[in-house]
Design a protein around this ligand. Sequence first.
Ligand code: SF4
Length: 593
Amino acid sequence: MAAKLVYGGQIWTSLARLSYSWSTLLALLIGGRWPRAEAGRAAYLWDTVPVARGDGRLTHDLLPGEKGPQDACGVFGVWAPGEDVAKLAYFGLYALQHRGQESAGIATGDGHKVLVYKDMGLVSQVFNESALQSMTGHVAIGHCRYSTTGGSTWENAQPTLGGTDTTTVALAHNGNLINSAELRELIAARHGELDRHPGEIGRGNTTDTALVTALLSDPDRSLEAVALDVLPRLRGAFCFVFMDEHTLYAARDPHGIRPLALGRLDRGWVVASETAALQTVGAAVIREIEPGELVVIDEDGLRSHHFATPEPKGCVFEYVYLARPDAVINQRVVHEARVAMGARLAVEHPVAADLVIGVPDSGVPAAVGYAQGSGIPYGQGFVKNAYVGRTFIQPSQTLRQLGIRLKLNPLAHTIKGKRLVVVDDSIVRGNTQRAQVRMLREAGAAEVHVRISSPPVHWPCFYGIDFATRAELIATGLGVEEIRASIGADSLGYISLEGMIEATEQSGDRLCTACFTGRYPVELPEDGRIGKHLFEPLPIDLSHSARDVDPAPLVDGSGPGDEARLRIGGIRVDVEGVSYGVDGGAQNALLHP
Ligand code: SF4
């Protein structure tokens, strides 16, 4: 009997490419559609009424020209016989929603089969009660995505699915690999044409996660043995949770760039990107998955393997912005780190003022710290719409012009006539801060002094955080005084690199600070072999001859050591030795020169 992998009709309907045997019966259901009878019968999918599907984009579109740093993803895994593992995964993902809002998915395993359900949108939009009730078993993994390698499409949503005739693999990934091109070549050498690959790659998945899923699908060895062979070949940032029909696996890259924590339930184990997600499902936090560690959990208990020598380089930006304030990373409570950053800012950049306000959400703890450090009272100056980004209705042009007001509104009676210190976590393009300053002045602020709890962002991240391109970063080519003038503030102060690191209570040599310093802890590949759309057709027409494209530098080169060039033949941008592919950075730079 042939395996059945059931898709919504608009994506794929052909089963001809599948190589799974009937013993790995899989149902993959999308589009808010669910069969009224048993899974695996496509006919039932057509009978249901399609519902509106989110595209996950509105958060970025609310404020034209501005997009803050975007998290890579959140991952969750649970092994707990007797528990409702699908619902544990659902609420775990709910606690991690801030890490990725483009798509969500859960896989469950019951010892016989693996079922994956995924779709575009927020966790609460993708799943409903009946969907979760249909997902039974003792092991589950979950994923909420922000795209880094591979565009934001249904095909690229996770968990990904792979396997062999005897074992199914479902995989969820937080982070970003930098040797994806090399891995793809390795798979091509083994399997031939990749568009005929029997797994996710052949079905149009263009992510690094699909490559790893393919590598883990080895018929000759156990999944545990294959993982110990594959994991050391990967470069970059990865926190994986993966599973087969029986077993939960969790692995973290040797640099531990992204966080991954282990928790204990009364009847099982849980892993999650952040400790808060463990606590959300009632698990006791045990420890972090160590850099270079693979943890395997099944009926025999928990086994730990170290597949590489640890060289810790945790992402400092997790402390600044990315993680929830109630997360604990390497024994440091993120909220306390942010308060300490604010206190340090007060020392480094004091100013005479009447009130300190924070930009919700991640600027608030630093504002509290600034108030404590300076003795200036803290107050609430903004009200945030807590549900912004929770709709997929596109704003009209009139609403777009209101821009940031769809997200934040100033408390005019609090700030009128006051000299304000406004604390935020970072400046990317500067458009947000410019709009905030203007809004505060319109609300009656006498002075607006902006303080930032991270240093200027000069470099893109290749380890799972989507910043603007180098050409779009306001700190590229502009000094602090020029940025101050650009955003219209009365004064501007960034915390020093040393001050930020000290606030994390981590040793500086155990942190990644590349987006501030340009010192990338994992060597980057050359020749444009990196980028978000590395394995995708370009959405812009690059079939120009050289004379069709303005060969002027995309970056003005006025920054120290800057040397930016657009290469027409190779279509590549080189900045201080860092190469951006025709996609990702260069592509965006081409679109927004
Ligand atoms: S480059 Fe920045 S955001 Fe990326 S991992 Fe390093 S510190 Fe974190």
